[in-house]
Design a protein around this ligand. Structure first.
Ligand SMILES: C[S@@+](CC[C@H](N)C(=O)[O-])C[C@H]1O[C@@H](n2cnc3c(N)ncnc32)[C@H](O)[C@@H]1O
Length: 243
């Protein structure tokens, strides 16, 4: 029996996905509001930058993994236009349903699919771009998920991993105070759930830092990997090219 981490807790590998599902089932209804409050709206800029770096063009085929409430899927849909395709996916039905409703309200209909990033139900070489925003951190076997992302990309296709990362030293003390004091309180007040936001803070600390993730992507089928720090390393965008 192998163990892994769920935040700072050590749990049976088979239990992690269930625990993660519990977090997102609980936060789905207030997810977008909490994102804006927690990041003071910065997540919009991080996602806009991701879109810019993606170089998405009309006609591209894009897969958004762990797409949740659909911010990136919607932005990609506008870029690729009617000749392109964006597939909006997530392992969690509550998150995906919230996202699908939002997209429909915006007049956008996308193929939407519940699926696990570790076992993608797509043929090899089917996409020009794959994105995963704030999702990789929650996956049990990040190496398997990254290898699956490489598999479904076309040769020279691009993977964008937007994720919390390791902050620059001068920001660390304030960031830790904010993460372990303010976030759970905000979660309790706005979403009625402090534990899920404590998990958020803990899972960020357990996630590979910029260099470790770059190396992991290199071992998972991406011949060229680079990263861009944002907001002092609070978030990093890793870009991998399948080659
Ligand atoms: C923090 S949300 C991010 C949502 C959205 N991408 C965003 O940037 O706002 C993380 C998402 O990862 C999804 N997730 C976790 N493990 C997953 C897996 N193994 N496969 C696919 N999605 C997963 C969760 O269900 C959740 O919707």
């Amino acid at each position: 029996m192998s163990s892994t981490h769920f935040g700072f807790e050590s749990v049976d590998e088979r239990d992690k996905a269930r625990r993660v599902r519990g977090v997102f089932d609980s936060v789905a209804p207030r997810y977008d509001l909490m994102n804006d409050l927690m990041s003071l709206g910065l997540h919009r800029a991080w996602k806009a930058y991701t879109l810019l770096v993606s170089g998405a063009r009309a006609g591209d085929r894009v897969l958004d993994i762990a797409g949740g409430t659909g911010d990136l899927a919607l932005a990609f849909a506008k870029k690729v236009g009617s000749t392109g395709t964006v597939v909006h996916t997530d392992i969690n039905e509550a998150m995906l349903r919230t996202g699908r409703d939002r997209l429909l309200d915006a007049g956008v209909v996308l193929p939407t699919l519940v699926c696990d990033a570790e076992k993608l139900p797509f043929e090899s070489g089917s996409f020009d771009l794959v994105s995963v925003a704030f999702g990789l951190r929650n996956m049990t076997h990040k190496d398997l998920a990254l290898a699956e992302m490489a598999r479904v990309l076309k040769p020279r296709g691009k993977l964008l991993v937007l994720e919390f990362s390791k902050v620059a030293q001068p920001l660390r003390k304030a960031y830790d105070w904010y993460s372990f004091n303010v976030l759970p309180q905000l979660g309790r007040l706005v979403a009625g759930d402090s534990a899920s936001y404590r998990y958020l803070a803990e899972s960020i600390r357990m996630h590979p830092d910029q260099q470790e993730l770059k190396a992991l992507m290199g071992r998972s089928g991406f011949g060229h990997v680079d990263y861009h720090n944002m907001t002092g390393g609070v978030v990093a965008l890793h870009v991998g090219i399948k080659c």
